[in-house]
Design a protein around this ligand. Structure first.
Ligand SMILES: Nc1nc2c(c(=O)[nH]1)N=C([C@H](O)[C@H](O)COP(=O)(O)OP(=O)(O)OP(=O)(O)O)CN2
Ligand SMILES: [Zn+2]
Length: 145
């Protein structure tokens, strides 16, 4: 994991936090146009989340590394992404569990968690690798999903 090279995010925050983790998940893209991806298959996703902010919380954290991992890994690891219908309803192409849509969804989940902390931290980037040769970088506009 530590050999991974990320795109860096331009920003002016005093602190930048990065958390790496992996999760194993199955998925399929519910459209025949997706070719072999329309069949159920699995990946070990590699994820890097970048968070920026100027203020630390009372524990001296911008955000707790372990809570960031738990938020995403705890929800998706050893699951079928298509069964998370609240996030990936099968009839909405913008919500099919493609790498792009999963990366954006992760950014949305992380930002919702950060909003609850109240120290102004923002999710700046989600790097999501689906296979050894395929990955997506998602950057919310103006630091927001
Ligand atoms: N833009 C996207 N294209 C594809 C996605 C996606 O999410 N976004 N997903 C898939 C498949 O789900 C598949 O898991 C990954 O496809 P691919 O990179 O082709 O996988 P391979 O391991 O076969 O790649 P090779 O480099 O040819 O070994 C497809 N496209
Ligand atoms: Zn896939």
């Amino acid at each position: 994991m530590i050999q991974q090279i990320y795109s860096s995010v331009p920003h002016h925050y005093r602190y930048e936090l990065n958390k790496d983790f992996q999760f194993a998940a199955a998925h399929f893209i519910p459209d025949e146009a997706a070719g072999h991806c329309a069949r159920l298959h699995g990946h070990t996703y590699f994820c890097n989340i970048t968070i920026g902010g100027d203020e630390l919380d009372r524990t001296g954290f911008l955000a707790n590394f372990s809570e960031i991992k738990k938020l995403i890994h705890g929800r998706f690891d050893h699951s079928s992404l298509n069964e998370h219908l609240e996030l990936f309803p099968g009839d909405v192409p913008e919500r099919y569990p493609t790498t792009e849509n999963v990366a954006r969804t992760i950014a949305e989940l992380v930002q919702a968690y950060l909003d609850g902390k109240g120290n102004g931290a923002v999710c700046l980037q989600v790097f999501l690798r689906e296979t050894p040769t395929s990955y997506v970088v998602y950057r919310p506009k103006a630091g927001r999903p």
